[in-house]
Design a protein around this ligand. Structure first.
Ligand SMILES: Cc1cc2nc3c(=O)[nH]c(=O)nc-3n(C[C@H](O)[C@H](O)[C@H](O)COP(=O)(O)OP(=O)(O)OC[C@H]3O[C@@H](n4cnc5c(N)ncnc54)[C@H](O)[C@@H]3O)c2cc1C
Length: 602
């Protein structure tokens, strides 16, 4: 079954709702009007369907292999990776200085949904390469950037991020990899585990970004520095030199994303591994956070993309599978409930992620420093929500897809069990979702004395005030306002607990709080989009003289655009009526502050 996506919904978000084509009037994005952006988006979908989708099953069935000192990716990956790079897709949204395309982040995010949705494992290689190259570009010297970055965006060399060690997972500060100064460079020694794209045969060289502690620097995260460590050394003229003493000890056998190599890497076993310090000494963590924040949103996108692919697949299946004589399973209320749940979550996650990507673009083109900072602050606040909400809900949607398929969903011939296995990791890596929730309550909500949070709250509150008497959505808006007030109430409670020295209750309820903020924000976005969709639908009805329910319904059956717009309205209504009330239930539970998890004697 080929990869499918609701392309119109992607376009609706970009061009009707966010109006990214207006960015084309700025100096930075001059020339990227609607036509240009649409053409790029269309090419991206074509590439995903033609070149990446055929790898989806193979990547799972064959997986990666580690034989002797070689790691190989599944058949077809190498050729597709080179074509992917040749199209400029690795560095779509990064500056053109070292070979990027300089496209809007929102457009890149939309295109990346197609790449990720058609095969998460394949998209890992380019994602990590883009992230690590961008880090060198942002913090490295001109010489370092020139030496490494163009070949990475160009697809000749790959990239990784090396944080995790056997004893240092969530607690990165516990790492024990050391760096010893050796002239202008450093000798690196240590072992990193679970390194995605750590070794493979897609590229001639792999450039690792390694967190390590310079000998003598303090323990914990404050003593960590960041190093560029190539698998093969790179000569000053840019040619590939000798092996840099980076050994692949092992690759992991995993539940999903089997086509993405996950490696244990040993650096400097023979005392001969050279690294170049990136940026300042002991500033490794703040720099790595740039890549991690981008990667966290990319993880959220894995959730949303898998969710979308699984939904489309389940919908197609429900339209052909019959039971009980000749009844299509699509006609059973319970199956319809599952399908609309999947649709609403998928559209909600897409809206959340594209809204967030658009904040990045707005920040870039904004001239006023205070407004620029506002956009950056809001993105930083929403990052843990994008990551944890979309990966958890994405997994939930893939599970519903399996349920829609019935027994066939559990069988490997159909794609949904793979979507479910592939996407599960996204809630674990890049900081587990539990850690995201702690980041939200511990750092993000209180950032700049809570100003970013207040502004986000005000945006939602402003929507509720403006649309309180909307003829079609007043009831939904009322529900959102109630749930938003509850978010405010719980935020105050968390602060109150914190100030009275009760640090455990906020941690206990952090995940529920994150889900609540996600549910409320998604309700707002879907309803705001539904207001726009209904206005467009009414124009269609009017232009076609539909003056009664029967005529309107006929148009929605026969006209694709009308059916799409009506579907947007239904997604929003469903989400607010059926999913948002869970936030009210969670609010009640948070405020009751049941201490059993802390008191139980396991
Ligand atoms: C397929 C795969 C690919 C990966 N790719 C990379 C990569 O490219 N680069 C890289 O560096 N790493 C990578 N990782 C590692 C990944 O980021 C870690 O597994 C993850 O950060 C969690 O660390 P851990 O496994 O040690 O779990 P632990 O830190 O032991 O966590 C176990 C549980 O305890 C919870 N927990 C831990 N600390 C706290 C706390 N303070 N408060 C509340 N709960 C807590 C966690 O939420 C989790 O539920 C990858 C892992 C996998 C499986």
């Amino acid at each position: 079954m080929a990869y499918k996506v609701n392309y119109r919904d992607v376009e609706f978000n970009l061009f009707d709702y966010l109006k990214i084509q207006d960015l084309g009037q700025s100096e930075k994005y001059a020339g990227f009007g609607k036509e240009e952006c649409s053409a790029i988006l269309g090419e991206a979908l074509k590439f995903a369907q033609k070149e990446i989708d055929p790898l989806f099953k193979k990547s799972d069935q064959v997986g990666c292999k580690h034989e002797g000192d070689k790691v190989t990716a599944p058949p077809g990956f190498k050729e597709a990776y080179h074509n992917f790079a040749a199209n400029g897709f690795i560095g779509m949204d990064v500056p053109t200085t070292y070979g990027g395309m300089g496209l809007p982040v929102g457009l890149t995010m939309a295109a990346t949904e197609f790449f990720v949705g058609s095969c998460i494992a394949f998209s890992m290689y380019s994602g990590l390469t883009r992230g690590s190259a961008h880090l060198i570009e942002a913090f490295g010297s001109e010489e370092l950037a020139q030496r490494f970055v163009p070949n990475m965006y160009g697809g000749k060399w790959g990239g990784t991020m090396c944080l995790t060690e056997p004893q240092a997972g969530s607690a990165v500060g516990d790492l024990s990899t050391v760096a010893v100064k050796d002239g202008d460079q450093y000798k690196i020694k240590g072992t990193k585990i679970f390194i995605s794209s750590g070794d493979h045969d897609l590229t001639e060289n792999i450039i690792h970004l390694v967190l390590a502690r310079v000998e003598g620097d303090p323990a914990g995260t404050k003593g960590i520095s960041l190093f560029v460590v190539p698998k093969f050394r790179v000569n000053p003229d840019g040619s590939t030199g000798e092996w840099n003493d980076v050994k692949t000890v092992n690759i992991e056998h995993k539940m999903g994303i089997k086509g993405s190599s996950t490696c244990t890497l040993s650096f400097g076993d023979s005392g001969n591994c050279i690294g170049y310090m990136l940026g300042e000494q002991r500033r490794g963590m703040p720099m790595m956070f740039q890549m991690m924040n981008e990667a966290r949103i990319a993880c959220g996108l894995q959730g949303a993309a898998a969710s979308s692919a699984a939904y489309e697949s389940a919908l197609d299946y429900a339209k052909v599978r019959t039971q009980g004589g000749k009844t299509l399973i699509l006609d059973y209320p319970d199956v319809r409930r599952m399908l609309i749940t999947m649709k609403a979550y998928t559209e909600g996650m897409r809206a959340l992620l594209l809204y967030s990507a658009n904040l990045d673009d707005k920040e870039v083109v904004e001239k006023d420093e205070a407004t620029k900072e506002k956009y950056a602050g809001r993105l930083s606040l929403l990052t843990p929500v994008c990551k944890a909400y979309c990966t958890d809900m994405g997994f939930k949607v893939t599970e519903l897809a399996m349920q829609v398929y019935g027994g066939y969903g559990y069988i490997a011939e159909y794609p949904v069990e793979q979507y479910m296995r592939d996407v599960k990791i996204s809630s674990i890596y890049e900081g587990t979702n539990g850690i995201q929730a702690l980041d939200l309550i511990g750092r993000k909500i209180g950032q700049k004395n809570g100003e970013y949070f207040r502004e986000l709250y005000e945006e939602m509150n402003g929507f509720c005030t403006k649309q309180a008497a909307h003829p079609a959505f007043a009831s939904e808006v009322g529900s959102i306002k109630k749930a938003l007030d509850q978010v405010g109430q719980v935020t105050m409670k968390l602060a109150e607990w914190g100030m009275s020295g009760n640090v455990l209750s906020p941690q206990l309820h952090a995940m529920s709080y994150l889900y609540n903020l996600g549910d409320v924000f998604v309700s707002y976005l879907l309803t705001d989009q539904a207001v726009l969709a209904l206005a467009k639908l009414e124009e269609i009805w009017k232009s076609q003289g539909a003056d009664n329910e029967e005529k309107k319904s006929k148009i929605c059956t026969e006209n694709d655009e009308a059916r799409f717009l009506e579907g947007k309205v239904k997604s929003a209504r469903f989400f607010v009526a059926n999913i948002l009330p869970q936030a009210t239930a969670r609010t009640k539970a948070i405020l009751a502050d049941d201490q059993s998890p802390l008191k139980i004697r396991f």
